[in-house]
Write a protein that binds this ligand. Sequence first.
Ligand SMILES: [Zn+2]
Length: 421
Amino acid sequence: MGTLLPLQPFVVVFVLFTSFRGINSSADPHLMSIPKDLYHSSDALLKEIKAMVVRHPDTLAMETMEAGNKGYAAEILVVTYNRQMKSANDKSMCRILLSFGQHGRELITSEVALKLLSVLAEEHNMDPMSSDKVLDNLLIKVVPMENLNGRKLVEAGDLCERRNGRGVDLNRNWGVDWGKKEKDYDPYEENPGTAPFSEPEAQIMRQLAKSFQPHIWVNMHSGMEALFMPYDHKNTTPNGPMSNLMELLLREVNHLHFQDKCLVGSGGGLVGYLAHGTTTDYMYDVAKVPMAFTFEIYGDSEASSKDCFKMFNPIDKGAFDKAVSKWSAALLTVFRLGLSQLSDDGNFTTSADLSKWVPIGGEVIDGSLVGDDKESKMDGLALGLQDMRNYFRLFLLSSVLLMFMFCSRISKSKYRQTNLT
Ligand SMILES: [Zn+2]
């Protein structure tokens, strides 16, 4: 990547790997608690989004997806933006999947989701694209709060909690390179779960990705300011033209919205540690999403490592408003650039056609969950089966060829014999 590593991410990384378990801001007057005048509660935020969808039935729709196992249940609200009300299979549509709030303590990300939706619904007019055709060609699914159960724990005072409602990091529960632990592994931060996709939230998100087959995926986080692309589990970016396009897009977004101040490149290469079992690596490697990103939208590297709210979220109105509007605008630029880069004569390739871009990723481990076996095994085996099918075709072809040569030789020799006699 050739990008130099500034000091700031190291500070953040150090802080990230410090255990925060059990810190309750209400117990320590020096620690920041959630500023209620700036941030919505999870209930209020979801309620506001639902009301917005009801106000705009012409462009917005919503569904709630549910899953659960072993006495633990999760539900995720998914909002769909489709201005032209075109079919999801329409080849002229660019499909975009966005997730916010995968980590409980990163409240600011869900506030960006709310703002972005209000811009798309044209309740806020900050959109420079509304006059052109870009929005007409987008089909966007927004997950405003992926980890509602974890977020509830944060709201109850555990401001350092990033994991889900039963202590699993949802950004370590996916199948690519799952379960590998670095030397400084801290289960209170990065617990990958008992198996890939052991968590209902990850199962829902995978299902969503499989049915929707997005062309662009963005996972919104906070803790620093960065525009990441694969990989997280190794310190390189994928090979091939799509990787170059992704990097080009990120550099342009960085230039247009952040005065080139964000880190740009592979998550694993720039954060300073490798992350295994992440959503973005899976989206790129297995779900074959051509453009898969993780954005880190805010971080206060000077905050005390105990002061989680301050580390991951702006605490004054100026910084809050700036983060929310800047990142909403940046996402709109991602849509515009992605649309122009991925479109081929106005059409978008499906992920099946994208198999030619298969990169060399990490090891894919299958989940083995009750009622989920078949599906997760299909994920892991899909690549191998494709190879086997190709080998089988080759084998059949060569067998037919050999048979043909053999038969023609026999008939020739018979012909020769009959002539000789
Ligand atoms: Zn995060």
